[in-house]
Design a protein around this ligand. Structure first.
Ligand SMILES: [Zn+2]
Length: 307
């Protein structure tokens, strides 16, 4: 009787040990499988859509490089890009640089000690001007075409310096760069609202970098707008395509938010226009009803910078 009990107990123990070993083997096998899969994934080539284009830094599906037809602009453009903007995939300064074959792009947060920037600014053949709104900025929109042509001495080449950054970062870049502070400044009154629906603009008069560069080339064109389509309009063509493409990728709620903000700004501007008409003034630069920056633009000096 005792012998039978011992035999049953030994059999039960053997069965439990067998079950345990099967379970342990299963755990070990699954752990080894997971490890091998992880290792194999590490050696797999990266999926092509995740590798950004080295020029525009966008994934291949939204790369716009093939649509760009580079051209030489007059005046020449120097784009000083903030590190934050450099990381941004919908930054328009990079796009403008790709379109303008004679432009230069330099990345940095401050340029006081930047050797390439100093070399450009100290070149006696170049006449650099900074695009930056403010009370001392000359508003190109208030000048006649012939007056704009006298901005640069005839024996020097005009170079427009653009700070490609958010407004806050652009102010910081200027604050940290005495060599840029010393430059004469220009600004312009935007003829329409920004078409950049992908990023929120801090004020209604703010343009993206590429729109600002297009407007500067337009204003500085000595022949005026002779044709319906000028070569520099290519900047806006590439920009519009990119904006539309990005909007198509967005979920409807994001698109409607962007569109709603655009409509709101447009309605506010039209209300201001109507108010001015009632007051008997059609001058968009009339003081009293303007935002602070617009007032600054209107108050700019109008003498040639180099005189
Ligand atoms: Zn690209």
């Amino acid at each position: 009787m005792v012998l039978r009990k011992d035999n049953e107990s030994a059999a039960r123990t053997g069965l439990e040990i067998g079950r345990l070993s099967i379970t342990l083997r299963g755990v070990i096998d699954s752990t080894i499988d997971a490890y091998l899969k992880r290792k194999a994934r590490a050696f797999e080539p990266k999926r092509p859509q995740r590798t950004p284009c080295p020029q525009c830094r966008k994934p291949p599906i939204t790369c716009y490089c093939a649509t760009i037809r580079p051209f030489e602009s007059k005046p020449r453009i120097l784009i000083l890009m903030s590190p934050q903007e450099f990381k941004h995939r919908v930054g328009t300064g990079r796009m403008a640089h790709q379109c303008l074959s004679n432009s230069q792009l330099i990345k940095g947060a401050e340029f006081a000690a930047s050797a390439p920037v100093e070399a450009i600014l100290r070149d006696p053949k170049i006449f650099p001007i900074l695009l930056f709104p403010g009370p001392t900025s000359l508003n190109l929109s208030n000048l006649e075409s012939c007056e704009r042509q006298t901005l640069c001495p005839p024996d020097r080449e005009l170079l427009i310096v653009i700070l490609d950054a958010t407004w806050n970062h652009a102010k910081q870049m200027l604050h940290r760069s005495p060599n840029l502070q010393a430059l004469p400044r220009i600004c312009f009154t935007p003829p329409h609202l920004s078409r950049f629906l992908l990023r929120r603009q801090p004020h209604e008069h703010c343009f993206s970098s590429i729109e600002a560069i297009h407007q500067i080339i337009e204003l500085m064109n000595p022949l005026g707008r002779g044709n319906a389509k000028e070569p520099h309009d290519h900047l806006i063509e590439v920009f519009d395509k990119m904006v539309l493409q990005q909007l198509n990728f967005r979920v409807p709620s994001q698109v409607s938010r962007s569109a709603a903000s655009y409509v709101k700004i447009k309605a506010r501007r039209e209300r201001m226009r109507a108010l001015r008409a009632v007051n008997g003034s059609n001058d968009l630069n009339s003081p009293g009803e303007m935002s602070g920056t617009r007032a600054c633009l209107a108050g700019s000096k109008t003498k040639p910078i180099h005189s």
